[in-house]
Design a protein around this ligand. Sequence first.
Ligand SMILES: Nc1ncnc2c1ncn2[C@@H]1O[C@H](COP(=O)(O)OP(=O)(O)OP(=O)(O)O)[C@@H](O)[C@H]1O
Ligand SMILES: [Mg+2]
Ligand SMILES: [Mg+2]
Length: 301
Amino acid sequence: MKIAILSREPNLYSTRRLVEAGRERGHEVDVIDTLHCYMDITSSRPTVRYHGEELPRYDAIIPRIGASITFYGTAVARQFEMMGTFNVNESVAISRSRDKLRSLQLLSRKGIGLPRTGFASKADNIKDLIKNVGGAPLVIKLLEGTQGIGVVLADTAKAAESIIEAFMDLKANILVQEFIKEAGGADIRCLVVGNRVVAAMKRQGAEGEFRSNLHRGGSAEIVKLSKEERETAINAAKAMGLNVCGVDLLRSHSGPMVMEVNSSPGLEGIETATNLDVAGKIIEFIEKNAKQNANRTRGKG
Ligand SMILES: Nc1ncnc2c1ncn2[C@@H]1O[C@H](COP(=O)(O)OP(=O)(O)OP(=O)(O)O)[C@@H](O)[C@H]1O
Ligand SMILES: [Mg+2]
Ligand SMILES: [Mg+2]
């Protein structure tokens, strides 16, 4: 098969591993810089152009679209879909996953466990917003943050009020969320490919840190999932319409709670922690599912 990886970073671990896994299985794999693609949006014959030439026909694309280029990256992925190329994670699903509020709304409709979450745009609702998620301590999050930046723990209702007010004043979109204390600064990253969790790791935040992000100094180790955790991760991926994703769970007293679903999950941390060939599983998924015109919008909202 002919596979293209949409990535700005050919030397990144995840990109290199996908190239390697594809070639090992006898496929032709190209890395294409997403921002250097441009589109010819012509009736009946949409194409993608690259460095002055029309790109060849690929059987599948693997979009690895960073949060900073979501708009353009999803447009390029969509153009491939218009051409009938199989896209591992369809553009609509990537857009959904980039917005924490939209994601949580979609997950809540499917009855998937979630921390209680509120969202408002006006400061006059702040007290009720805080009360509704069970009061302080609580977590305040920027809707489009990554790597744990823009995630704040407010210890008291007073602190929460001033932080929320400050964010609103800056016109930043934030959500207010119940703090899952019993998670103990750890979360579980489940790597879903198709209808399976192919690898899982537990990430533990650095000493005194409630955020488990590896970018914030957390550490990772292999973990065994319960049946409920496995099912929650798979259902979350399905609700988002993502075939390949990282579902982050918190272990709470009332069962697994989904915090977010990442549509371009990094492979380095999880392959290192688990010693599993996740890149290979993604290529296998493509082998089984890549067909012309197979993409259709899955999920609603
Ligand atoms: N409601 C919560 N209760 C307890 N801990 C939380 C809660 N929300 C977030 N955390 C902790 O903070 C970390 C960062 O939060 P979150 O994943 O929502 O942010 P992010 O910036 O989108 O990170 P990522 O880089 O993974 O996309 C989580 O991994 C978790 O450890
Ligand atoms: Mg995130
Ligand atoms: Mg996260």
